[in-house]
Design a protein around this ligand. Structure first.
Ligand code: SAM
Length: 248
């Protein structure tokens, strides 16, 4: 059975996320739903709402992220996944991250270090960080995230396993990354332009980071019909570049 307060995915011809507070809920595109009825169901059970049948599941991270409130430009699933892999994150790691922005990357990082690790997420804009906090809360990951207002990493004391930056001028936070990263710790930077990529790679090398490399990840969805299988005509051509290096 699902727990009161939990968010579930209703999947049918369309997907809907519903938080189960036991009340009647007005769901856009679906109508009025009695969330008390869903509370008594098991994972994967069917429910009929109006004339449509749905299955009820615990939402995946992708489902939650798709429905998150947006503020500043987010890091998408593909780039966040690569950052997590390059940083080799494990469930006991300490990660410094910023700017929190809309909290997309924060949520992905928190999910990777849950339940034993910690993400310390910085933003110097309080309004942005409130959005990030709300999104982390709706993903149920509040316990592994500490939000701080201020310049990325500036007031942090202690050692970290990874330092992840999505700020317009990442070189300004490089001295803090160097100071707090364990030797061999992972620095990952996300930037949208080649100019930023060139500057941060040069500065990382000058600061003594090793094994510095820059990557771009392209992802293309496949359309699968009984008459044929082909790549989707629509494709997100550019998101950003990821630069990774190991601490001196
Ligand atoms: C593009 S957004 C980050 C989006 C976030 N990674 C996500 O996936 O939702 C960049 C954020 O960095 C913040 N920022 C810019 N420079 C900063 C700095 N030096 N320290 C902390 N935050 C900074 C901005 O206020 C903004 O909220």
């Amino acid at each position: 059975m699902f727990q009161k307060g939990e968010t579930v995915l209703l999947t049918g011809s369309k997907n809907f996320l519903i938080t189960l507070d036991g009340e009647m809920k007005k769901v856009k595109g679906l109508g009025i739903v009695d969330s008390e009825r869903i509370l008594h169901l098991e994972e994967g059970e069917e429910i009929t709402i109006g004339s449509e049948r749905f299955r009820v599941y615990t939402p995946s991270l992708e489902d939650l992220l798709e429905n998150m409130k947006r503020g500043p430009q987010i890091i998408g699933l593909k780039d966040a996944s690569l950052i997590i892999s390059l940083c080799s994150l494990r469930a006991d790691n300490i990660v410094i991250e910023g700017g929190s922005g809309s909290g997309f990357l924060t949520t992905m990082l928190a999910n990777a270090v849950f339940p034993g690790g910690k993400v310390i997420s910085y933003d110097r804009n309080e309004t942005h960080q409130r959005i990030a906090e709300g999104n982390v809360r709706s993903a149920g990951l509040t316990d592994v995230v500490e939000f701080r207002i201020g310049n990325l990493g500036e007031d942090y004391e202690g050692e970290t396993d990874a330092f992840v930056m999505d700020i317009p001028e990442p070189w300004t936070a490089l001295p803090h990354a160097k100071r707090v990263l364990k030797s061999g710790g992972h620095l990952c930077v996300y930037v949208p332009t080649v100019n930023q990529l060139e500057k941060i790679v040069r500065e990382m090398r000058e600061a003594g980071f090793w094994h510095v490399k820059a990557l771009e990840l392209l992802s293309r969805e496949m359309v699968v019909h009984s008459g044929g299988v082909r790549p989707d005509f629509q494709m997100l051509g550019h998101t950003g570049y990821i630069i990774h290096g190991r601490g001196p």
